[in-house]
Design a protein around this ligand. Structure first.
Ligand code: PGA
Length: 252
């Protein structure tokens, strides 16, 4: 599978700014350049359709920053996985730490969202990672293992489906300084081993990508690209400026 670079624009750009950045990226990323890598933009919901329209003729893909699990119904304020797919999304960030922290998103909710995404053909980008307190008390591995086991309970991936797991140490997100690559490599190993017990080998080899997220930039990116199991990046701050984001994409 190609490495993937995912821009998580969070709640940072309004629709005009999102369209401007999407247009610049479309102009800077010709199709032949994207032959060897995938690039996904995850704008805020109010920009989703416009950004989707802007990149429609390109090979840049569209993702959402969240979804709801049900396809349709009386769920005020929620976004249906099916509606997002119809709007052009092919990926969905699920269980980002900012949602776990600010919106009390539990592993059980994350699990339902993953099932909901896969059901309509969206590829989930499952975020896992430890907080500073968890890290300092030596619980990093246990936290990652538990998040993955709970998120994937009852999920049987079939060969046409994909799953991306983003290791995002919570204490590093937005800090301006990425984790040491050997720590990410260790986390990738823990994630991989956890998946060995949960998924058939062929699915693990062909349908899963492990990516790193947390203050990655053009300078730190090359240190992660060479790691075993490296499958791409989830980028926050450095995806908000054209040059910064391109500097990461070109290293992958
Ligand atoms: P950051 O955000 O790159 O700004 O640390 C990453 C993320 O939250 O996905």
């Amino acid at each position: 599978m190609k490495p993937i670079v995912i821009a998580n624009w969070k709640m940072q750009l309004n629709y005009r700014e999102s369209m401007q950045l999407a247009e610049k990226l479309k102009n800077e990323l010709p199709d032949n350049y994207l032959a060897g890598r995938e690039v996904v933009l995850c704008p805020s919901f109010s920009s989703l359709l416009l950004v989707g329209e802007m990149i429609r003729e390109s090979n840049i893909k569209l993702g959402s920053q969240d979804i709801f699990w049900a396809e349709k119904g009386a769920f005020t304020g929620a976004e249906s996985p099916q509606f997002l797919f119809d709007a052009g999304c092919r990926y969905s960030i699920i269980g980002h730490s900012e949602r776990r922290t600010n919106l009390a998103e539990t592993d059980e909710i994350v699990n339902k969202k993953i099932a909901g995404a896969l059901f309509v053909g969206l590829t989930p980008i499952l975020c896992v990672g430890e907080t500073r307190t968890e890290r300092e008390s030596g619980r990093t591995d246990a936290v990652i293992i538990s998040q993955i086991q709970k998120a994937l309970t009852g999920i049987d991936l079939i060969p046409t489906e994909q799953l991306i797991i983003a290791y995002e140490p919570v204490w590093v997100i937005g800090s301006g300084r990425a984790v040491e690559p050997n720590e990410a490599e260790h986390a990738f190993g823990v994630i991989y081993q956890t998946l060995v017990d949960l998924l058939p080998k062929t699915i693990l080899q062909n349908n899963i990508r492990l990516i790193y997220g947390g203050a990655v930039d053009g300078l730190s990116a090359p240190n992660f690209v060479k790691l075993k199991h490296f499958g791409g990046f989830l980028v926050g701050s450095a995806s908000l400026k054209l040059e910064d984001f391109l500097a990461i994409i070109e290293k992958v």
